[in-house]
Ligand binder design. Structure first.
Ligand SMILES: *Cc1c(COP(=O)(O)O)cnc(C)c1O
Length: 373
């Protein structure tokens, strides 16, 4: 592109590397001439979307000539009933990615700072970069637990937002109730704490810190959730955030009027009522975790305990070579190098036959790539 055309582009945009999504099934089929590909790379619900949601979406199709409800009234009411907070404390996004970006646009000026755990979800960094703010990354401990004291120590007068992801993507580790309580009591009041709970619905541990409990007790926290993971509606794009009214009112000013589409809203309302789908997904996920853990353990690998619908483990090998070799076997996972944990693989928990296929393919490619170190 010529210099004149580029002249007004903000410099920070050139420092943004595009998000690297899980490789699409269609790409892998085409590249390797495969007909049957298993994708365990984007933490999608392998049971598919709720049947109730599908039915509601079909019915709503006839109305897509109309604009969606920009205020998402029915969805907010359904969420309000489900969690017991007023609708004014809920904001809807085009995925929680949208809400991360909106929050960044609302609060960050050039030179401001955000504090994030590392490794974690890359969109926090993206939001900061977009606004020309600085990301301060605080490493998790050696067993991928949160170091909340280190995160507190990373806060400066310039810190505007501090992100916590629990369960954390890509590690699956989570923050305990007591630890969050202590942290929120110590964090300075000029810092907005955001809890990204994209995998909240999968959690089975009793000491998991529920962000919403802290919001109800008056803490200045935002709690972000999504319909993309357990609810199986990733393709529709629907996320939501709970928070203090004044904070959400500010973020709402940066929001596009129709940021959540009609089918997503309708599907989400229906999915919330489909408790059977939720329960089946949770049970399937735990069984899938156990299956992958025991299969990998038999091969000599130790899995990091995960409360999400994915797990990581150290392969002791070059994850990029493993990733490529697995693609040739028709299995898509995520390589750790791209996620900040070289040598690891992140595997989304699939159906029993998908997990089996991964285990078989992994065993095969490991023996071809080299001995475990
Ligand atoms: C998948 C994911 C999200 C969000 O997804 P949307 O599809 O944009 O709602 C947010 N945070 C984390 C940590 C995720 O893994």
């Amino acid at each position: 592109m010529s210099q004149e055309i580029l002249i007004n582009v903000r410099k920070n945009l050139f420092e943004i590397t595009p998000y690297a999504p899980g490789k699409p099934i269609s790409d892998v089929k085409r590249e390797f001439g495969l007909t049957d590909v298993t994708k365990l790379a984007s933490n999608e619900n392998p049971l598919g979307p709720s049947k109730r949601a599908q039915q509601a979406i079909l019915e709503a199709l006839q109305e897509v000539n109309r604009y969606p409800d920009g205020g998402a009234v029915l969805l907010k009411e359904a969420l309000s009933d489900a969690v017991g907070i007023p609708t004014q404390q809920i904001l809807i996004g085009n995925g929680s990615d949208d809400l991360i970006k909106l929050t960044s646009e609302t609060f960050l000026n050039p030179g401001d700072e955000i504090v994030v755990p590392s490794p974690s979800f890359s969109q926090y960094w993206f939001g900061a970069k977009l606004m020309d703010a600085k990301t301060v990354a605080v490493p998790l401990t050696s067993n991928f637990e949160y170091d909340l004291d280190a995160m507190l120590a990373a806060v400066t007068t310039k810190t505007k937002i501090l992100f916590l992801c629990s369960p954390n993507n890509p590690t699956g580790t989570y923050i305990r109730e007591e630890a969050l309580q202590r942290f929120l009591d110590l964090v300075p009041s000029h810092v907005l704490v955001i809890l990204d709970e994209a995998y909240n619905e999968y959690v089975t541990e009793a000491d998991y810190a529920q962000g919403i409990d802290f919001l109800k007790r008056g803490y200045n926290v935002l709690v972000m959730r999504t319909f993309s993971k357990m609810y199986g509606l990733a393709g529709l794009r629907l996320g939501y955030v709970f928070g203090p009214m004044e904070v959400l009112d500010a973020i709402n000013r940066a929001r596009e009027p129709f940021n959540a589409n009609m089918l997503a809203q309708v599907g989400a309302v229906a999915a919330l009522t489909d408790l059977e789908h939720v329960e089946a997904s949770r049970i399937q996920n735990r069984a899938g975790f156990d299956q992958l853990q025991s299969g990998l353990s038999k091969l000599g690998y130790t899995v990091v305990p995960s409360q999400g619908n994915f797990l990581i483990f150290d392969t002791g090998l070059d994850d990029r070579a493993l990733f490529d070799a697995l693609l040739r076997e028709g299995v898509i996972v995520r390589g750790g190098t791209a996620l900040g944990i070289p040598g690891y693989l992140r595997v989304s928990i699939g159906l029993a036959e998908e997990n089996e296929r991964f285990l078989g393919a992994f065993e095969k490619v490991v023996s071809s790539i080299g001995q475990k170190v």
